[in-house]
Design a protein around this ligand. Sequence first.
Ligand code: GRG
Length: 297
Amino acid sequence: MEKFETYAKNKTALINNFLKDYIKNYQGHVSQRFGPLLESMDYSLGGEGKRLRPLLIVASAECVGIPEEDILPAACAMEYIHTASLVHDDMPAMDDDDMRRGKPSNHKKFGEPIALLTGDALLTEAFGLMAQLQGRGRFSTEQILSAIELLVHYTGVRGMMGGQLLDVTAEHPTYNLPEVEFIHIHKTGALILGSVLLPTRLKMVDADLVLKLRRYGEAIGLAFQISDDLLDSEASIRYSRGPRKKPKPCYSHFMSATEMRQKVNGLVDSAVDNVSPLGHKAEPLISIAEFIRNRKS
Ligand code: GRG
């Protein structure tokens, strides 16, 4: 089976080229006066991002039979949304983090007003990228609208933003493990599950395949955030983000590192079991799940 490193290296290069070209194209077409906003978007899109969500979209597309060149606008739209959430999450009103992707967080570099606009612009332009699916002649308008509806579902009130609301308003003395899990499933799991499911809106696929992908996406979505908590709890300084300033609802308040590791292993096993019957088409998804099991960053 192709290892995650090889798979990720090839596909990440494609994704990064698309992201760069998109900004470059903008730079040539908008007033120079808007340059600082594009520079700030480009800054946050760059750095040490793993591109996990676009990689999942490309891998899931492969599983349902959509070529990577056709799905790239949607994969990059998801990275725009994820990056928007990181920029806003780092701001003093939220997590107040000084570092992101191995460099100063957006507001530290550009100031709060530009950081706020950068998140807004990335979120908005993501839907412009989704509209680019139309130009390729491969997807129907109904399919594209259905993919946009899915993106709204997993990004908005019912997904990441709802989860973030609970995350920032959690009362630490009262929250418990089911509540932390509920927050994780929405705050982090939603975009991951949405990434796995998005290609199923762009191609006719049978319900059993959608169910297998859903179970895979739910399992790795939660596993990813638990592994994030695990990495946080084991590190004196968090990978590419620096020390945490504000307490957060997290698994390490309720479980030992060994228990968290067991939980991650159980979820990854279940994710792999769900897509293994799909054969070699599911190999990229399996290698991503194994990356989540073993990740150090
Ligand atoms: C403006 C779109 C938008 C959202 C506002 C701030 C917010 C609502 C949501 C924040 C959600 C959030 C940051 C959840 C944490 C998810 C998480 C584990 C991020 C780290 O993901 P990685 O490790 O990061 O994939 P890289 O940098 O590798 O992409």
